[in-house]
Design a protein around this ligand. Sequence first.
Ligand code: UVW
Length: 341
Amino acid sequence: AADGITTGRRWQRRPDGANWGDFGPDDQVGRMNLLTPERRLGGVREVRDGIAFTLSLPLDLPGMLSEMRKPPKLFVESVQGIPAFNCAMTMFGGTGHDVMCDDGVILYTQYSTQWDSLAHWGQRFDADDDGIAETVYYNGYRAGEHLIGPEAGGPRAAALGIENLATAGVQGRAVLVSLRQAFGPGRTWVGHDMLMQAIAAQRVEVRPGDFLVLHTGLDEAVLAMNGQPDLHVLEQTGAVLDGGDLRLLDWIDRSGIVAICSDNMAIEGVDLATPPAPDRSMLPLHELCLFKLGIHLGELWQLHELADWLLARERSAFLLTAPPLRLPGAVGSPVTPIATV
Ligand code: UVW
């Protein structure tokens, strides 16, 4: 049961294609439930060389891509008027022999390499089946009661917060598909058939319980821009999944994957020139994954070194270890994923 919140089913009607309730009425981690001990051992069995790759950008990159998400800002508190940085320990009773540094940070949880929690994407949907749409999230959790906004003392995800993922043991078998290798460095919208083509060409075996990791090459463009991102160029760089391809959405549903991670910004493409119909999502893959199925999304990862290493050896599977911060109530988290091959 969810801590401190009403338990039991909280919807009369679930969205078409949703799995709400299948992992229990109070479930808050969705498809991560499929990451069983046996499947985690399957990830361990992919380790052959013991080499580790860090799959995070430096967390002060990419630079400003959105007003919502700013670079981290370090600061220092003062004790007795003295900044706690290069400070003598006399203020704590020391002799002055020792000095120390402390710091704090203002950290936007989705600015850089990140996990989206299931609280990141909801929808107006008539979950009560009374003709009135509510604002709901995965498994029927509600705006106001569970997703508490600033008007009520938030922001705070009293359900579906990222701490649920942090305690789910985010370690298991992952497979990397290089869309950069398959389709080149430019912006390509990848639907079901193209993804299957890349999976077949790179001999990737996707199993239930896997993390699907998509390399697009956007990470190298971000690194080259060195904190001064050119959004126009980035929007033309790297492959994106085509969330409008219903066969792709169906494959994601049937595949049993627990998460999709990429070095690009949103996993899927966004066509800002063609707004969706009023009853359609602008990000259908976010809708499917975060809202309907509870599939976590990892964005802006750094994948090129791992991709090069795996492609050179005609390998694709590895052990992924990627827990988010155990930060109660947050809707996303920076992450420093490690791939062990
Ligand atoms: C939005 O851009 C709103 O979300 P994400 O960062 O998950 O793509």
